[in-house]
Design a protein around this ligand. Sequence first.
Ligand SMILES: [Mg+2]
Ligand SMILES: [Zn+2]
Length: 203
Amino acid sequence: MLDRDGTLIDVVRDEETGVITTAFHPSQLRLLPGVVEGLLLLRDAGFVFAIATNQPGPAKGHFTVDAVTRTNDALVTILAGHGITIARVKSCVHHPSGAPGGDPNLVGPCDCRKPKPGLLNDIARDLSLDRAASWMIGDTTSDLEAGRAAGMRTGLLFATNRCELCPLRAAGAAAECGATPPGKPDVHGASLPSLARAILAAV
Ligand SMILES: [Mg+2]
Ligand SMILES: [Zn+2]
């Protein structure tokens, strides 16, 4: 189970305003370094891939559900070009509070927005997965919580510029940061290849 933004692809930074958004058009897709290498390691070990992603943009009026679908489809095509098959893509397009211009039908609580496990439960059912043998890989604590809630093991991909994730790293980093860890992943890595190797060492 793969998170999308910050795990497979980079966020989108507007050079002029500095605003950070998530990709909503195929032209904005940028695979993060090591993604192909890491996924190939896992593929060769027999793992099946799915993407589980929170996309609140439609609920906030930022872009449409069609834009989410088109962007996800393009990502699947890019990965297929590298020999990586994505068996399912599930997006939560809801948001608890929405924003002006958002589709009111998508605003409010739902069962699929991570850290809830709805997306993972749907994928596990669709693909008849063995949850205990499955992993959720993501870059935030909500990915970890969703994975655990779905009965899966968890792998945290952490970027070095995200201090809120320091508590999830090695004990030394947690002590340095001083924050309370909300829950440790089973394995972690600074890039997808290192995370993949940690997962393969743990199975
Ligand atoms: Mg993410
Ligand atoms: Zn949802």
